[in-house]
Design a protein around this ligand. Structure first.
Ligand SMILES: [Zn+2]
Length: 389
């Protein structure tokens, strides 16, 4: 077990109260105690003086394809560890490596690699399981997912993925009757099911919720827009209670006013900020190849060369939260749930992660007012510390 950690003079955001000046003790990988004002003397603890800094629950990214040149679809442990280390620099303490639409073999291979590291202690953020994004999508809304590999959910293929017991989030186009058995089956196994890359009507989403669909993949992007006579997927997921909505708040994928509409309709309990980051996150601008396509990155924005379609992001979780606060004008106390509590619920780990609560895993991030990350702690281990200037 790592050395106990004692944070002093920190602003601490908890589900019930924000302590303007408090202390927090990490012991045996768990949050062991916290309180306002002066810290007690703890002989064996490493002391971290957190003047002017805020301690938040670590960020949980449930939609994350890669970073620093590593892609989840590489299908190997070295790439997954590379991604876990890269994300931890931006305050991520756990994540769901997310697959792209690909062949059955490549998809299975990627899921097996994720299963091999699931909930293991690795350098960087913890891998909670997988997010399967595709291949069971709608080619009409494929975005950067390669349409040649999009298909309906066959029982053999779908069950082979589910039987690995690694998928925590399943993104699917629910308008196809051939896909609907998989929604039911996944929900039965405790997996959250999301509408993604879909041309469904409002009514089709209503129906899918009766099968257990409860989440929306990157709200607005790659889904039927809201029309006043056909509210589409956007109208459905914004207006139906109990649907949590992912949001890419990079200010490129979604207009600030559209972000504000999600805030006003879904509120602090039903928004999940994601990065949807690709292996180009952390890389220099230039020409690359992924998802079987040539892409170009200019000023951190990635587009498919042939079509100009946006192809994922280079966003980081701390920047996502910073942007979201700037757009909504809300203080941290009102929106911290969007990067920890809410994704923990979607990934079904709220019993052990997602908030600063005594007894939960010590997954913590220390940030300043601009959401710059000073330290990331995963299950009590310091996995990232900002170098001193
Ligand atoms: Zn994605």
């Amino acid at each position: 077990m790592p050395q106990p950690l004692l944070f002093r003079n920190a602003r601490i955001v908890t589900p019930t109260f924000t302590y303007e000046n408090g202390w927090l003790l990490v012991r045996d990988g768990k949050i062991s105690a916290f309180a306002p004002y002066s810290a007690p003397a703890i002989d064996d603890a490493d002391v971290i003086v957190a003047d002017d800094l805020t301690l938040l629950p670590g960020f949980i990214d449930i939609h994350a394809h890669g970073g620093n040149g590593f892609d989840v679809m590489d299908g190997d442990e070295a790439s997954l560890i590379g991604i876990a280390q890269y994300y931890s620099r931006f305050g991520v303490t756990s994540f769901l490596p997310t697959t792209w639409t690909d062949t059955p073999d490549n998809t299975l291979n990627a899921l097996q690699a994720i299963a091999g590291l699931q909930n293991k202690q690795i350098p960087g953020a913890t891998i909670l399981g997988a997010h399967l994004e595709g291949p069971f999508l709608n080619t009409d809304r494929c975005g950067a997912q390669h349409s040649d590999y999009i298909r309906r959910a066959g029982k053999r293929e779908g069950n082979a993925y589910l039987d690995l017991d690694v998928i925590r989030l399943l993104a699917i186009a629910p308008e196809f009757s051939q896909n609907q058995w998989l929604i039911t089956e996944a929900v039965k196994r405790g997996i959250t099911v999301s509408v993604a890359h879909s041309s469904a009507s409002y009514g089709e989403i209503r129906f899918a919720t009766t099968l257990g669909l409860s989440h929306a993949t990157h709200t607005y992007n790659a889904m039927t827009p809201l029309h006043h006579r056909e509210p589409g997927v956007v109208g459905a997921v914004l207006s139906i209670d109990n649907i949590t909505c992912e949001l890419i708040s990079d200010l490129v994928h979604v207009h600030p006013a559209a972000i504000d509409i999600v805030w006003r309709t879904k509120g602090k309990d039903n928004i999940v900020l994601i990065t949807d980051s690709t292996k180009l996150a952390g890389m220099p601008d230039g020409e690359y190849h992924f998802s079987h396509q040539d892409v170009e990155m200019i000023d951190g924005t990635i587009r498919i060369r042939e079509s100009g379609t946006l192809a994922g992001t280079t966003l980081t979780m701390n920047q996502a939260l910073h942007n979201f606060m700037a757009v909504t004008g809300e203080p941290l106390d009102n929106v911290w749930q969007t990067t920890s509590w809410n994704p923990a619920r979607v990934a079904n780990v709220i019993d052990r992660k997602g908030s600063i609560t005594i007894g939960k895993d010590a997954d913590l991030v220390l940030v300043d007012d601009n959401m710059s990350v000073f330290m990331t702690v995963v299950e009590g281990r310091v996995v990232y510390q900002r170098p001193v200037d």
